[in-house]
Design a binder for this molecule. Structure first.
Ligand code: T3D
Length: 260
C-alpha cells in the first residue's frame, strides 16, 4: 500500500510530502499518524537542518477526510480527533527547532490550511487557494486556524475568512500577509528546495531560538519579552555559530555554520 506521507532527506533538508493525491491529500487518521512521526523524526535528526512540507498532486491538503464521516464508519468525536491527531502535529511543527517551509502547491482547505499556517515560511504556487472551509460544513476553524489567522492577517480578515469561507488566491493571500512569496506552479518545488538547502547551511540553533522568541511574543508584555530575548541571546552567544559568524564577518569571508 502507498504510504500517505513520504519522507526524504537530502543535504540537510527533510522533505515531507502529504501523499493522498486522489483526495487532494485529505487528512485521515493514518496520514496524521504518519505525519506526526515524520515531523518528530525531522526534529530529532541532527543531520536535518531545514524542513519542507508539501502535497503530492494538484493540492496541498483539502483538510479533514470527509469520506470517512459520510460513510458513518468514523464515529470518533471531532474534539477527540483533534486532540489526539491534529494538535500534536501542529505543536510539533511549531516547536521544530529548525525552519519549516510550507510549499503550498494547490488548495489548502480546512485543517489543511491550518497546517500550512503552522510553518515558518509559507511559499505558494500561483494556483494555490486558501479556504477556511469549516463553516461550509457546519464546523468551527480548528487545528490552529483561530490562533494563527488573527495574528497573521488581523482580526477583521480572520473573521471574514472564517465566516464567509471564500476561496482566496495566492496573490491575495500574499497581499494580506499569509504568504511570503508566490512562484509559478512549475517553479514552486524547486524554489522551496533551493531556500531549504540554503537554510540548511545557516545557523540552525539561532533559527530555533528565533522561533521560540516569536512564539512567546504575543503572550508577553514588553519587559517580559525583552527578558525572553536576553535569555535566548545568552544561549545564542554561546554557540559555535555565533563565534564563526563574527569571525567570518571580520575576516570578510563567507561563514561556515555547523548549526550549533
Ligand atoms: O471531525 C473532524 O474531522 C474534525 C476536523 C475538521 C478539520 C477540517 O479540515 S473540516 C474541513 C474539511 N474540508 C473541507 O470541507 C473541504 C472539502 N473539499 C472541497 O471543498 C473541495 O474539494 C476543494 C475546494 C478543497 C477543492 O475543490 P476541487 O473542485 O478542486 O476538487 P474536488 O473535485 O472537489 O476534489 C477532488 C477529489 O478530492 C474529489 O474526489 P473524486 O470525486 O475525484 O473521487 C473529492 O471528493 C476529494 N476530496 C476533496 N476534499 C476532500 C475530498 N475527499 C475527502 N475529504 C475531503 N476533505
Amino acid at each position: 500500500m502507498t504510504s500517505p506521507v513520504l519522507y526524504h532527506v537530502a543535504e540537510g533538508v527533510a522533505t515531507i510530502t502529504l501523499n493522498r493525491p486522489d483526495s487532494l491529500n485529505a487528512l485521515n487518521w493514518e496520514l496524521m499518524r504518519e505525519l506526526l512521526a515524520a515531523v518528530e523524526r525531522a526534529a530529532k535528526d541532527e543531520a536535518v537542518r531545514a524542513v519542507v512540507l508539501t502535497g503530492a498532486g494538484r493540492g496541498f491538503s483539502a483538510g479533514a477526510d470527509l469520506s470517512a464521516r459520510n460513510s458513518g464508519g468514523e464515529t470518533v468525536d471531532s474534539g477527540t480527533l483533534l486532540r489526539e491527531r491534529y494538535h500534536p502535529v501542529v505543536v510539533a511543527l511549531r516547536q521544530m527547532p529548525k525552519p519549516v517551509i510550507m510549499a503550498v502547491n494547490g488548495v489548502a482547505a480546512g485543517a489543511g490550511m491550518s497546517l500550512a499556517l503552522a510553518g515558518d515560511v509559507l511559499l505558494a504556487g500561483k494556483s494555490a487557494l486558501f479556504l477556511q472551509a469549516f463553516s461550509k460544513i457546519g464546523l468551527v476553524p480548528d487545528a490552529g486556524s483561530t490562533y494563527f489567522l488573527p495574528r497573521y492577517v488581523g482580526e477583521m480578515r480572520a473573521r471574514a475568512m472564517a465566516i464567509l469561507a471564500e476561496k482566496m488566491d495566492a496573490e491575495e493571500a500574499q497581499r494580506i500577509g499569509l504568504v511570503w512569496k508566490v512562484y509559478p506552479d512549475d517553479a514552486l518545488q524547486a524554489e522551496a528546495g533551493r531556500l531549504a538547502h540554503h537554510l540548511a547551511t545557516m545557523p540552525t540553533a539561532a533559527y530555533g531560538m528565533i522561533k521560540e522568541a516569536l512564539d512567546s511574543s504575543f503572550a508577553n508584555d514588553l519587559p517580559a519579552q525583552l527578558e525572553r530575548e536576553a535569555t535566548l541571546q545568552s544561549r545564542a552567544f554561546r554557540t559555535d555559530d555565533f563565534r564563526e559568524g563574527v569571525a567570518a564577518f571580520i575576516a570578510k569571508r563567507s561563514p561556515r555554520f555547523k548549526g550549533c
